[in-house]
Design a protein around this ligand. Structure first.
Ligand code: NAP
Length: 322
């Protein structure tokens, strides 16, 4: 068992769901000597102070990275370029600079030109999240048993990559490495497309004239409710994801539309065999996801349920009782 890696000073730029979860987990596992944090608005910085998520909260990105040996940028992907430009001249030589963006190609393209040659740039994406955002939403267990994908550029120092990988493993994650382009293609189908479908379907249901809004809410137990959870995800983050991963998402959307057309045709023709074959195949995929421990097979996704109220059952057939 290797000892958990330690960094003297972790700088967090952006303290939302991901940044605050890193802070909680790094503290719990004593991975860093000190956390220095900053956020864009004074309101968030004040909240980070109240929640005691960092040892120091500073006003500027430049100030945050000073003397840090690990810098993690935890902001929407569209904002990463200007932040890299701002912090570039203030980074400590030898520091590891990383991010958590859900898109990798655009982040590498936007950040790399501004980072000096004497730091190690190792982009990362923890594939873990919830539909909540902001500094209050983080928790130390977020990354446990989730994947964190590293996309080190060619020629990256293997020791720096391993140091960051060990940090993520210590937060509970499993680590994989791939190229930014491959990451973006994989995530387009596993994450970005499902979000786009959820955003679409919740909007569609909301605009239906013949089904009232109250009916949509009342009968949302089947399927739709889970789409509404995904469609509640942060609008800024997801706007940036689709703008930054345009090509891969459009490619996957093209394939999706072809498959949807096939199912549409099967329904129109009453081709039950085609529908059954397709649904049987997708059910096997779901079972595969559960069997590798990436989701729970508990009924209703393991949601807690209140116990039923203790109302006496009517006993229409009881006879001879008081
Ligand atoms: P979040 O909860 O909304 O927090 C975003 C943070 O970024 C806040 O501290 C915010 O500061 C700051 N910020 C926003 N716009 C900025 C700008 N233009 N310049 C500088 N800072 C800015 O977001 P999150 O969910 O933690 O997501 C952060 C990153 O993680 C994104 O790149 C996202 O793609 C990635 N990610 C998210 C998930 C997920 O499920 N949420 C999962 C994996 C990866 P203020 O509060 O002061 O505005």
């Amino acid at each position: 068992v290797t000892a958990a890696p330690t960094f003297d000073r972790l700088a967090l730029i952006g303290v939302g769901l991901i940044g605050s979860s890193i802070a909680h987990a790094a503290r719990r596992h004593r991975l860093v000597g000190e956390i220095v944090a900053t956020a864009r608005t004074a309101a968030t910085r004040a909240r980070v102070v109240e929640l005691e998520l960092a040892d120091r909260v500073v006003e500027t990105n430049a100030e945050a990275v000073r003397d840090a040996d690990l810098v993690i940028v935890c902001i929407p992907v569209g904002a990463c370029g200007p932040v890299a430009q701002e912090i570039g001249p203030h980074l400590r030589p030898g520091a590891i600079v990383s991010d958590v963006g859900s898109v990798k190609g655009a982040v590498v393209r936007d950040m790399a030109p501004y980072l000096p040659a004497n730091v190690h740039f190792v982009p990362a994406h923890p594939v873990a999240g919830t539909e909540h955002s902001g500094p209050d939403s983080g928790f130390a267990e977020l990354f446990i048993n989730r994947w964190c994908i590293l996309t080190p550029p060619p020629g990256a120092d293997p020791a720096a990559v391993e140091r960051l990988a060990a940090f993520w493993r210590a937060l509970g994650a499993k680590v994989d490495t791939m190229s930014p382009e491959h990451h973006d293609l994989v995530l387009a189908v596993t994450s970005h497309l499902p979000h786009l479908i959820a955003y679409t379907i919740v909007g569609t249901a909301n605009e239906l004239g013949e089904v009232t809004e109250s009916e949509v809410l009342q009968f949302s137990a089947g399927g739709f409710r889970d789409f509404t959870r995904i469609a509640a995800s942060d609008p800024t983050m997801w706007r940036d994801v689709f703008l930054a991963n345009k090509d891969a998402v459009l490619e996957m959307l093209g394939t999706f539309q072809e498959d949807l057309a096939k199912l549409t045709r099967a329904i129109r023709r009453g081709d039950g065999e085609a529908l059954y074959e397709h649904f049987a195949r997708t059910r096997a995929i779901r079972r595969g996801i559960v069997s590798i421990g990436q989701d729970s097979a508990a009924p209703d996704f393991g949601r807690p349920h209140p116990t039923l109220p203790e109302t006496p059952m009517p006993r229409p057939y009881a006879s001879g009782e008081e």
